[in-house]
Design a protein around this ligand. Structure first.
Ligand code: ZN
Ligand code: ZN
Ligand code: FE
Length: 762
């Protein structure tokens, strides 16, 4: 007979996203299953587990901890230490210990499969309860007031648990064991609908039915959700969508659609296996999909574009509403174009009244604004085009820890900010354009919440180079001891490098709309040799005058006029760009250009796409920046095409890309009847080919083997993959922006990475 195996004790410290995601209950179940004694507790942002038992069981525990962790948990590390055996009896969830240290706040989690099943199970006591959740799902960040994450520090504190819910909360074998959001029809939040002035209030099921009926009739319904209000309309009703656009003052930007399940998504769009995974992921992002040819979706959803944003219902209320409406619904953020999304009850009523016909409301307060996240699959990459709900406020890592806590205030448009402590970067959800008081208010509120939640008091601010931006004023007015400045495109490339943990020099291809250059001109098509410390501008697109400045981003024909001037006269190849533009207007703008009145010089890839769209006769006026580029991408599709001439000159050691021959060739082709889609494809290939040639030359000359791609123009997937493919074929490493996307949402993180590096090297 062999002796009983020796008992050993071990202390595990688990780091990552492990609080507020059902981790302690999971550990409890696992320990009980493996007959291990001890305890688990939240300790200052980590989870500590004390285990006692047979060595085999301890090993098995360590293995299963990774394999079966709750879906939303993200284990970054498990430190295992020897511990003194306590002779513990059974396994317990111990009180949290808190300390003045970094504590991750869990992101919001889409309704899980088990809760969804219960929601539609007539025998379940939460049948059709619009706030069903468990330890695996439900709101987190948007309802958390402070940490540690316990019910009394969330907006669920207003709802005292009934005895049944309390019993589930206390039962270790229950799915709602320690679920801080546990609630039921007897004790949980309420749903109701009301008219524009509070009239005609109806509760519960009736409210959902009334809202669905209004949607059938083409009404716009304000729906209070998880991170703010949505505006909902019937996605198959063209007239209703037009009405929504008119009221929201959003003429052309694509609108996202919500459906109940992947099968419903498939009826509207092509869904690959990877796209299905993205749709079903716990963040439930908007996924940009290719619409089916015979789709039911109204044409005005994403006019002229080849992608439609689709997301799955992510709250039980969405499920009930979609079931009642029995059709896909447009769900777009509840705001006027570019304003922050509304969250408060009275705020929502006040601000959205002019936009809607009915309110569908609930009384669980939203404490932090959070827009929907947006994902697009590109080649082998999942790119988070907008990182918000379901991701924020989980921290990203910086490759260099900052010796001082800092705040990077972010760019002027499509703003996010980044709060840093050590190597943890807390990137805010999408805030929007920093124009107007409301946006500034939103910024300040979000910043105050972040500081309080993460207990970080910055001593250093980081801002853009532009002296005139509101973000610059913001940074100065914070009154911190020091303010760093970081050039916009350096920040773009730094963000990509930092996301990949790269601190060595890279070739950065920054293709973008607009950023303030260190020579005072508008930059946006730059090839930099850079690291986190600094940059050298090794190549650029030739400067062009932009008559009217910012107006040129909305009027591509003006950019074409600027390029035509570079030909040294007038050229028939550019004629189509001005079709329908009154001659007096054109003459006026030509004068503006030649006299240099309000005509900044720009090297912008965004503007080059605008000029190409104008010359091809695709678009002369845009209702939002980037519209022309998106249409060119849609036109080009995946048509194979040969590049057109796009020469590069060496000017005093800097490579200058000259797009005039390219634009002329496009215009000539169009004049002689070439297919516009084919020309759009050739344009993409030309830019990709020349960019790759230039990046290779710069890499070779600087002795580098890594190229980072960043900037808003890389939202264009054909361009991104076209350049990546060529560089990879040439044996270079290519870093693609994934976690924060290529857009300006990544800039604050890049600013933070640069500042952290500078601070740690002084
Ligand atoms: Zn659940
Ligand atoms: Zn209850
Ligand atoms: Fe940018």
């Amino acid at each position: 007979m062999s002796a009983a195996p020796p008992m050993v004790a071990r202390l595990l410290r688990v780091t990552g996203v492990v609080q507020g995601v059902g981790f302690r209950p999971f550990v409890h179940r696992l320990a009980v299953r493996l007959s291990l004694a001890g305890w688990v507790r939240n300790a200052a942002g980590t989870v500590e587990i004390h285990l006692e038992g047979a060595p085999d069981s301890l090993d098995e525990f360590a293995r299963v901890l990774h394999a079966e962790a709750p879906p939303v948990a993200r284990i970054e590390g498990v430190a295992s230490m020897h511990a003194e055996a306590l002779g513990a009896d059974g396994f317990a969830i111990a009180d949290s210990v808190d300390a003045d240290t970094l504590r991750p706040v869990p992101p919001d989690i889409g309704v899980c499969a088990a809760c969804e099943t219960e929601l539609f199970d007539a025998d379940n006591r939460r049948f059709r309860h619009p706030f069903i959740t468990c330890t695996d799902c439900g709101p987190r960040y948007t309802i958390i007031d402070s940490l540690p994450y316990d019910r009394e520090r969330t907006s669920m504190k207003a709802f005292a648990c009934c005895p049944q819910c309390a019993a589930e909360y206390a039962a270790p074998d229950d799915r709602r064991f320690h679920a801080e959001t546990v609630a039921c029809p007897a004790c949980g939040p309420r749903v109701w609908c009301e008219g524009l002035h509070g009239e005609g209030r109806a509760d519960g099921e009736t409210a959902i039915l009334l809202a669905a009926t209004a949607l059938h009739m083409g009404a716009v319904v304000a729906v209070r959700g998880l991170g703010g209000f949505h505006l909902a309309v019937d996605a198959t009703n063209d007239a209703a969508i037009r009405r929504l656009r008119e009221r929201k003052r959003r003429d052309a930007k694509p609108l996202a659609v919500m459906v109940r399940c992947v099968a419903d998504a498939r009826r509207l769009a092509e869904v690959s296996a990877r796209e299905e995974v993205a749709l079903l992921s716990s963040a439930r992002p908007i996924v940009l999909l290719q619409p089916r040819a015979e789709t039911r979706l109204a044409a005005s959803l994403a006019p002229g574009l080849d992608r439609v944003g689709v997301m799955l219902a992510y709250t039980p209320l969405h499920h009930l509403l979609l079931e009642a409406a029995d059709r896909p619904l447009v769900m777009t953020s509840g705001n006027l174009s570019e304003e922050p999304i509304a969250i408060g009850l009275d705020e929502g009523r006040e601000r959205l009244r002019p936009l809607v016909d009915l309110f569908l409301l609930h009384d669980r307060d939203i404490l932090s604004r959070c827009d929907d996240s947006v994902v697009r699959l590109a080649g082998a990459h999942d790119i988070l085009m907008r990182r918000a709900r379901g991701h924020a406020p989980a921290p990203l890592r910086l490759p260099v820890a900052s010796p001082q806590p800092l705040i990077a205030v972010g760019p002027h448009l499509k703003n996010t900010f980044t709060l840093v402590r050590d190597d943890q970067a807390f990137v805010s959800p999408h805030i929007g354009d920093l124009e107007g008081l409301e946006a500034l208010d939103h910024w300040s509120q979000a910043y105050a919440r972040y500081r309080a939640l993460f207990r970080v008091e910055p001593t250093v601010a980081v801002r853009d180079l532009h002296p005139g931006y509101l973000s610059t004023r913001l940074a100065e007015e914070l009154g911190l001891a020091r303010v760093f400045t970081v050039q916009h495109h350096h920040a773009h490339i730094a963000a990509v490098a930092a996301e990949h943990g790269v601190t060595t020099p890279v070739v950065g291809v920054a293709f973008d709309g607009t950023g303030y250059g260190d020579d005072g001109h508008v930059w946006g098509a730059e090839v930099l040799v850079c690291d986190l410390a600094g940059y050298r501008r090794a190549a650029q697109l030739a400067y062009v005058g932009l008559p009217g400045g910012d107006l040129a981003a909305r009027e591509p024909w003006r950019v074409a006029l600027g390029y035509e001037a570079l030909t040294g006269g007038t050229s028939p190849a550019f004629a189509l760009a001005y079709y329908g533009i009154p001659l007096e207007m054109r003459t006026l703008v030509t004068q503006q250009l030649t006299q240099g009145v309000n005509t900044p010089m720009a090297s912008s890839m965004g503007r080059l796409f605008d000029a190409a769209a104008a010359v091809l006769g695709v678009r002369r006026h845009a209702s939002f920046e980037g519209q022309a580029a998106m249409e060119l991408e849609a036109l080009a599709g995946d048509l194979p095409a040969e590049p057109l001439p796009f020469p590069v000159r060496d000017v005093d050691g800097r490579l200058v890309l000259d797009p005039v021959p390219l634009l002329s060739a496009l215009g000539e082709g169009r004049r002689h009847g070439a297919d516009v889609a084919r020309l759009a494809a050739r344009f993409h290939e030309s830019v990709a080919e020349t960019a790759a040639v230039v990046a290779r030359r710069v890499a070779h000359d600087a002795g580098l083997d890594t190229v980072a791609l960043g900037g808003g123009a890389f939202q264009n997937v054909r361009l991104l993959l076209g350049i990546e493919r060529r560089l990879v074929a040439a044996g270079l490493h290519v870093l693609v922006p994934r976690l924060l996307g290529p857009n300006d949402g990544a800039v604050s993180y890049g600013q933070a990475a640069v500042a952290a590096w500078r601070l740690s090297h002084e």
